[in-house]
Design a protein around this ligand. Structure first.
Ligand SMILES: Nc1ncnc2c1ncn2[C@@H]1O[C@H](COP(=O)(O)OP(=O)(O)OP(=O)(O)O)[C@@H](O)[C@H]1O
Length: 329
C-alpha cells in the first residue's frame, strides 16, 4: 500500500542577514496508512519546519515529499481536501460559539454545515457547542481546533503538539480522541515532546535530531533496539542489601537501593558480572531482570537532550490530499 506520507532527503536552510541556519539536512520520513505516527525531536530539531514544508507553507531547498501518493508541493491542490492539519496557534473569536465557529469555517471551506454536529460529537464538544469559545478551557479549545481540521473528513490528520499545555485530564481526552480517529480509519501524524503519551498513543515513530532522521519504526521495534542498560536485582530474603550494593559499587556499578531486597544496577558489563561479584561474597540472587527502555530513554540516548516543554504552537490550518501511487504524479 502506498504510504500516506513520504519524505526523502528534505533540506531547508533559513537565510537571513545574520547568516544561514540549516533546519533540515536530508530528512526522511514514511507514515503508513492507518497508523498513529509520533514525530519526536528536541526543540529546534526541525519538526515544525517539516510540517510547514509539507503543507506548502515553506519552500524547501531540496528533497521530495508526497502526501497520499501525490508529490507535493506541485500536487498540493489535488490533495488539499483530504489532509487536515493544525500547525499554528488557534485564533478563534471568543464571542462566537463552537457551533458558529465551525459553521463559518465549513462555509469558508466549501463543506456542508450538516457536518458540524458530527465533528462536535467526534471531539466531545456537542454539549458545549452553544457556549462562547471564550468560556472554554484550553483543552476544549484544542478539541475545537481538531474539530475544525476534521470538517472536511480528512484521510490524514497532522497535529503539531496537540497536548501542549493540557493538564493530565486534557491529555487523556486528547489521547482518546486520537485513538477514536485512528479507529475510524484516519491516519494521524502527531508531533509531541510528551514521550510517555507518544508511547501510549502511537503505533510508530520517527525521531529527528538536527534536521535528520535518527531512528524510525514501530514503537515496539524502536524500543527493542534499545535497552535501558539497567537491571533489577532481587536478593534472597535476609540478605544485607547495603553490603550487596557496596560490592557492586566497588566494581564500578551505579546502584540504587529500592524496596526491601531489591536493587537497580547500571553500568555493569552484564548480568553475569553481578551474579559473579555477589556469589563470590556468598550473596545470592533470586531474580535478575533487565529493565526495558521506554521512549524517553531512547530519545535521550539518541538525541542527547531532555525534551523541554515546548512552545505552545497549535491549531488551525488546513489541508491537502489525494492521489495514487508514488512520486511525481
Ligand atoms: N523562520 C525562521 N527563520 C530562521 N530560523 C528558523 C525559522 N524557523 C525555524 N528556524 C530554525 O530552524 C531550526 C528548526 O526549527 P523548528 O521550529 O522546525 O524546530 P522544532 O523541532 O519544531 O522545534 P520546537 O520543538 O522547539 O518547536 C531551529 O534552529 C530554528 O531556530
Amino acid at each position: 500500500m502506498t504510504p500516506v506520507l513520504e519524505i526523502s532527503g528534505l533540506r531547508k536552510t533559513y537565510r537571513s542577514r545574520k547568516g544561514a541556519r540549516n533546519a533540515l539536512d536530508g530528512f526522511d520520513m514514511v507514515v503508513e496508512a492507518g497508523q498513529v505516527h509520533g514525530f519526536l525531536g528536541p526543540n529546534g530539531s526541525g519538526k515544525t519546519t517539516t510540517l510547514r514544508t509539507l503543507l506548502g507553507l515553506i519552500r524547501p531547498d531540496g528533497g521530495r515529499m508526497a502526501l497520499l501518493g501525490r508529490e507535493v508541493p506541485w500536487h498540493l491542490p489535488e490533495v488539499a481536501g483530504r489532509v487536515g492539519a493544525i500547525v499554528e496557534s488557534p485564533q478563534f473569536f471568543g464571542r462566537f460559539t463552537a457551533e458558529t465557529t465551525l459553521s463559518l469555517l465549513a462555509d469558508a471551506g466549501g463543506v456542508d454545515r450538516a457536518r458540524v454536529p458530527a465533528v462536535l460529537d467526534l471531539v466531545g464538544l456537542r454539549d458545549r457547542a452553544k457556549e462562547k469559545v471564550k468560556t472554554y478551557s484550553l483543552g476544549m479549545k484544542q478539541r475545537l481546533a481538531v474539530a475544525s481540521a476534521l470538517l472536511k473528513e480528512p484521510t490524514l490528520l497532522i497535529l503539531d503538539e496537540p497536548a501542549n499545555g493540557l493538564d493530565p485530564g486534557g491529555i487523556r481526552e486528547m489521547r482518546t480522541l486520537m485513538r477514536d480517529l485512528s479507529a475510524s480509519g484516519m491516519t494521524v501524524l502527531l508531533s509531541s515532546h510528551i514521550l510517555a503519551e507518544i508511547q501510549l498513543i502511537c503505533d510508530s515513530v520517527t525521531i529527528i535530531s538536527a534536521g535528520r532522521r535518527i531512528t524510525a519504526g514501530s514503537v515496539a521495534e524502536v524500543l527493542a533496539q534499545h535497552t535501558s542498560g539497567a537491571v533489577r536485582v532481587r536478593l534472597e530474603p535476609d540478605t544485607d542489601q547495603e553490603e550487596a550494593a557496596r560490592i557492586l559499587r566497588e566494581a564500578g556499578a551505579q546502584v540504587t537501593v529500592e524496596t526491601a531486597g531489591q536493587l537497580t544496577v547500571r553500568d555493569v558489563t552484564g548480568p553475569a558480572q553481578i551474579t559473579r561479584l555477589l556469589a563470590q561474597r556468598e550473596i545470592y540472587l533470586c531474580e535478575l531482570t533487565p529493565i526495558a527502555a521506554d521512549l524517553e530513554d531512547v530519545f535521550l540516548e539518541l538525541t542527547g537532550t531532555t525534551p523541554v516543554e515546548g512552545h505552545h504552537r497549535q491549531v488551525d490550518e488546513n489541508a491537502l490530499a489525494v492521489g495514487q501511487n508514488g512520486w511525481g504524479r
